[in-house]
Design a protein around this ligand. Sequence first.
Ligand code: SF4
Ligand code: F3S
Ligand code: FES
Length: 248
Amino acid sequence: MNNTTSGSGLPPRHISFDILRYNPQDPATAPRMQTYRIEDADSMTLFIALNEIREHQDPTLQFDFVCRAGICGSCAMMVNGRPQLACRTLTRNLPDVTTLAPLPFFELIGDLSVNTGKWMRGMSERLQTWVHTLEPAPDLRKIEARMNPDLAEQIYELDRCVECGCCVAACGTAQMRQDFVGAVGFGQIARFRLDPRDVRNDEDYYALIGDDTGVFGCMSLLACHDVCPKSLPLQTQIAFLRRKMAVA
Ligand code: SF4
Ligand code: F3S
Ligand code: FES
């Protein structure tokens, strides 16, 4: 960036990023912090800042992105200890020095890049996150039948999850047990439980999440609710599922 002044007419601010670097594929390397300094700019996101660093200072820096619009969930990372999406984080809201680290819990690919997809796939298969019908070849007219708009809205609300992993990275229970389904898993169960096309009942859901790897492992820490970049109603859904599963 070659700005000599910021949009306010003041000299541009310089910001530093202390980034945890580690390549688990190279046993000769050890985790280390590396500092990069750039000039801040109006409307710059953390995603843009990282691209600038990779383009002009260090092509080896690893991080993920696809959509740049808060939709794909792939750019989640720890920003000063809090999980958030790099593409939705404005650098003007960051302090002069920001620490970046990969999301904990997920398999590290390198630097800020983690394999959330692998864990999400496993969670999805385990919780069977698809509409279950009785017929092997369901009647598509029934599947596409008009749904009550309020109910459709509630389902849509939960469908906004982008599987970024922030809720799992922030959760104390998840840090202690890899088999915990996390708030993202609870959100999925809540979504299919609402769906009138799904024939599963609460006993079926109890078999999926009625133990310490599910709702009874949740300690109501609620960090998941605080960090979800899509502001999903996780607190309400988890409390509801706990009540339902306790009587299932
Ligand atoms: Fe991300 Fe929120 Fe979905 Fe968790 S529930 S994976 S924080 S969008
Ligand atoms: Fe974890 Fe959220 Fe429960 S942070 S302990 S899943 S309330
Ligand atoms: Fe897709 Fe950030 S790049 S959510």
